[in-house]
Structures are given as structure tokens and as C-alpha cells.
Design a protein around this ligand. Structure first.
Ligand SMILES: [Zn+2]
Length: 222
């Protein structure tokens, strides 16, 4: 484990952040990681690292990624748990984007069991509104907004000057479909964490700073 001379390590929490696509869990995971001095592990980044390092699992995952697929959940699970083990992150982490299924939740519990699952609750209609107002730069892929509106005086990306557009899968119908998949897959394993007494459900609709404070308070409760 990393020795931190400047201050005592604040926490050894092992936290999984749960929430729908567009619930703001990436933002909250980053804020918690900073506040608790823990590594923020996003499943997407782990898989990209595995692919970049050319590990056995990285190469296997890459074959699916190149085809635009997610890959079988056994493979994803093995890749993520292998990364946690190799990196020595089993002692404390904020996991974002994993687990996504009951199979993955059980595998994680058997290897590096989380001590808390924080669920950001945001109603579907708010998610659909948030995501459908989001624009993506066609040049560099940066996600902008909500805030900038398409059509108003040719919006463009501040980083690269590229034009901004709504991604096809950010259209309301596509978002509703993604939410259906989420609700089908994630519902059962949210119950798994609830049954194990690990679930803290917090309101994810307010300002990011308030949600962050509520997440920190939820860690103090038993
Ligand atoms: Zn750009």
C-alpha cells in the first residue's frame, strides 16, 4: 500500500458507485476519490489500460471493442478483477461502471468485497432530459453541456473549434432504451447490495456539491 507522509490515509473504504447512465456517477466518483484519498477506478479506463498494456485479457477484450461490442461479462469481470489484484487496489477503491450485473457483483464480493454501494437516484425523465441536451464535439469527442444549445449561432467546441452535434445514442428514444436495459440488469443486484446491508441510496438530482456532501454523510452511517 502507498505510504502517504503528508497526512494519514483518510479511508480504506471500498465503494461501488451505482447509477443510471447520465446520473453523474463519474463526477461523484471523482469527488469521493479526492475527498477520501482513494483511487478512482472507472471500468472503461481499466479496460483501455488492459488493452494498451497488451495483457492477455486486454487482447481478448480488444477483439470485442474493435467490433463495437462490450464482450462477455465473464471476460470483463476477469479483466477488472485481475487489474485490481495486480495494481494492489484491493485495499481501498472507488469503482465506477463495475459491477453492472448480479454476476459481476457476486464476483467482486468474492474477491475484493465492497463495504459500501452508493446508488445515485435520478428519475428516468430527468436523465432523458439531461442526456438529450448534451452535445458532443465531432472533432475531439468532448462532451459539452447541457448549456450550449444546438442551432444557436453555430455552436463550436472551445478546445478544438469542432462542430457540436447530438450523438445518435443521446436522442431521447435511444436514452430510454438504454435506461430499460439498465433497469433490467441493475435492479436485481441493487437488491443484492440492499440485502447485504451495503446500500446507501441518495438523491442524485441536486447540485454536484450537495450530492457529494450527502455521499460523504452516508459513509458515516452504519
Ligand atoms: Zn473539440
Amino acid at each position: 500500500m502507498k505510504i502517504n507522509n503528508s497526512a494519514m490515509k483518510k479511508s480504506d473504504h471500498r465503494i461501488v458507485l451505482l447509477g443510471k447512465p447520465g446520473s453523474g456517477k463519474g463526477t461523484q466518483a471523482a469527488l469521493l476519490a479526492k475527498a477520501l484519498d482513494l483511487p478512482h477506478l472507472s471500468s472503461g479506463e481499466i479496460l483501455r489500460t488492459e488493452i494498451r498494456d497488451g495483457t492477455r485479457f486486454g487482447r481478448a477484450v480488444e477483439e470485442y471493442v474493435l467490433k463495437g461490442e462490450i464482450g462477455p461479462e465473464e471476460l470483463i469481470t476477469t479483466a477488472i478483477l485481475g487489474y485490481l489484484e495486480r495494481s494492489g487496489f484491493g485495499g481501498g477503491y472507488i469503482l465506477d461502471g463495475f459491477p453492472r450485473t448480479i454476476f459481476q457483483a457476486k464476483a467482486l464480493a468474492g474477491a475484493f468485497s465492497p463495504d459500501r454501494a452508493i446508488l445515485l437516484s435520478v428519475p428516468d425523465r430527468i436523465i432523458i432530459d439531461r442526456i438529450s441536451r448534451r452535445l458532443t464535439c465531432t472533432g475531439c469527442g468532448a462532451v459539452i453541456g447541457p448549456g450550449k444549445e444546438p442551432g444557436s449561432a453555430e455552436p463550436c467546441c472551445e478546445a478544438c473549434g469542432g462542430t457540436l452535434a447530438r450523438r445518435p445514442d443521446d436522442h431521447p428514444d435511444a436514452v430510454a432504451k438504454r435506461l430499460d436495459i439498465f433497469n433490467d440488469q441493475v435492479g436485481p443486484f441493487i437488491e443484492f447490495y440492499r440485502d447485504n446491508g451495503l446500500l446507501s441510496e441518495i438523491d442524485g438530482t441536486g447540485p454536484a456539491s450537495e450530492i457529494h456532501s450527502e455521499a460523504l454523510r452516508s459513509l458515516e452511517r452504519d
